[in-house]
Write a protein that binds this ligand. Sequence first.
Ligand code: NAP
Length: 242
Amino acid sequence: MRDVALVTGSSRGIGAAVAEALAREGWDLCINYIEQREKAEALAARLRALGRRVLVRQADVADRAAVDAMVREIEAELGPVTLLVNNAGIARQMQIQDISAEDWQRMFQVNLGGCFHCVQAVLPHMLHVHAGCIVNISSIWGCHGASCESAYSSTKHAIVGLTRSLAAELAPSGIRVNAVAPGVIDTDMIQVLGQETLEQLAREIPLGRLGRPEEIAQAVVYLARASYTTGQVLTVDGGFMP
Ligand code: NAP
C-alpha cells in the first residue's frame, strides 16, 4: 500500500510547498482548499507529472461534515490517510477590544477545530493499523505571545497543547504527533503587514531574511520520517525567537 497524505490548506503558501515536497518523496496526496480551486488544480497537475496520484478536494476544515466527506473520498480514491498535515489556517492582527465574537470563533473553528475534525476523521484507520503520523502547523506565536495576535496566538498555543496531548495518548497506538512552529514565512498570509514592516522583520531575524515555504516543508518531511520522534514542536524561524 502506498503512503497517502492529506495536507489541509495546500492550494498555496506553506501547504502547497508541503504537498510538493511530500510528492517528491513519494507520497500520493489530497490537496485541500477552501476557495482557490485553480491554484489547487495547477499544483495537482504538476504533482501528477511526478507520477503521484493526487486528489483535489474543496472542504472548509471548520466544517466537520465536509471534512468527514473529504476523508471518505480520499479513502475511496487513494486509500487511507497515513500522514495528516494540519496546515489550513487563518490569521488577522487585531487589538483585543476590536475582536468580535464571530472573529474569535471563526479563528478557533478553522485553526483549532480544523485540526480536531481532521484528526478524528483519519484516526479510525490509523488506530486499526497501529501506525500513522500527524504534523500540526502551529507558529512561533504558539510558543510566544505577540501584540495584536491574541486570537491567533491562542489558537496556535492550543495546537501545541493538542500536539503534546495527542502524542501521549496515541504513542501506545503507534501514531506519532508533532508540530512545526514557523517564524515569518513569505506567503500571502503576511502580505497584509506591508513591505516596510516585512523588511524591518527581516532585519530583526538573525538569518537576515524571511523564511520560504519550502523551508517549512523540509521540517514536515523530516517529522513525517522521524520514526522515534513524537510530541515535539520544531521551531523553524531563522533564529527569530530566543
Ligand atoms: P496562506 O498563504 O494564507 O494560505 C492558506 C491556505 O489555507 C490556503 O491554501 C487556503 O485555501 C487554506 N485555507 C484557509 N482557510 C481554510 C479553511 N477554512 N479550510 C480549508 N483550507 C483553508 O497561509 P500560509 O502562510 O501558507 O500558512 C499556512 C499555515 O502556516 C497556517 O496554519 C498559518 O497559521 C501557519 N503559519 C504561517 C506563517 C507565515 O508567516 N506565513 C507563520 C507561522 C505559521 P484557499 O487558497 O482556497 O484560500
